[in-house]
Unconditional design. Structure first.
Length: 256
């Protein structure tokens, strides 16, 4: 597939479409020849366990069903917590479909490894228990992630932390990154996990770009990493004028 071919991509959310306002900045990442469909698994009036604990089969069925009904060339799954609780789920989806599948945890790992990173700072809106699960998941991917100070206190309630995350300003997020950077040693990158923690905020420079300049490290975030990952798997490398080193430098996928 060449860079001039048109591709149709899907971003498959769990929750209602009304919660997807932050995706405007995500849509702006994509080249004109990439059509981005944003869709949701939830049907009218339906609610899910946010981590799909005990519902992995339902998540699998909904995603695979959507892929089979649509002419997509690749999909993105913002499933950090779900994948942490159900480690084999995304691989099962990959086996069931014939198109590239990018997930937030896998894509950020690929991005970190593409920069040669083996130790990174983790910043997320999740509870401490879930952050520990993500750290354990990362070890299996060959990366050590340190999370020394909770970004949102020590709430064990995932929804409360996410609700706080979406209210952060670009300056709040920048200061969070700086505090984390100064609080740890020997890290090679900063990793923002979770689409609601959006370092693409900011003008004229994004939070992500400011942190890369001031900390001297690559900064990887879930949504930009999925964009880079799925387009790379499709053989559609693009170099952007902004959005941080991952999108501007566009490193190749790490060798396997």
């Amino acid at each position: 597939m060449t860079s001039k071919q048109r591709v149709r991509l899907a971003f498959i959310q769990i929750g209602p479409r009304s919660s997807l306002g932050y995706l405007d900045r995500f849509r702006a990442l994509f080249p004109e020849e990439a059509v981005l469909d944003v869709t949701t698994l939830a049907q009218e009036g339906e609610t899910f366990n946010p981590f799909f604990q005990g519902q992995a089969d339902l998540y699998f069925e909904r995603v695979v069903g959507l892929v089979r009904k649509n002419n997509w060339d690749g999909i993105m799954l913002p499933v950090g917590p779900i994948q942490a609780y159900n480690p084999g789920l995304v691989d099962q989806i990959r086996e069931a479909v014939t198109i590239p599948v990018a997930s937030s945890l896998d894509s950020t790992a690929e991005a970190l490894l593409a920069f040669g990173v083996r130790r990174a700072l983790l910043i997320s809106p999740y509870s401490e228990d879930l952050n520990r699960m993500i750290q354990e998941f990362r070890v299996m991917q060959g990366i050590e992630e340190v999370h020394p100070t909770p970004a949102f206190g020590r709430s064990a309630v995932h929804s409360e932390n996410v609700a706080m995350a979406v209210k952060l300003s670009s300056e709040d997020l920048y200061e969070m990154g700086i505090r984390g950077f100064r609080g740890v040693e020997d890290i090679q990158a900063i990793h923002f996990q979770g689409g609601r923690l959006d370092p693409l905020m900011g003008d004229p420079k994004t939070v992500l770009e400011r942190l890369e300049t001031d900390c001297g490290l690559p900064v990887v975030a879930s949504n930009p990493a999925m964009a880079w990952h799925v387009l790379s798997m499709l053989g559609q490398p693009h170099s952007f004028v902004r959005g941080g080193r991952l999108l501007v430098e566009w490193p190749p996928l790490p060798a396997r």
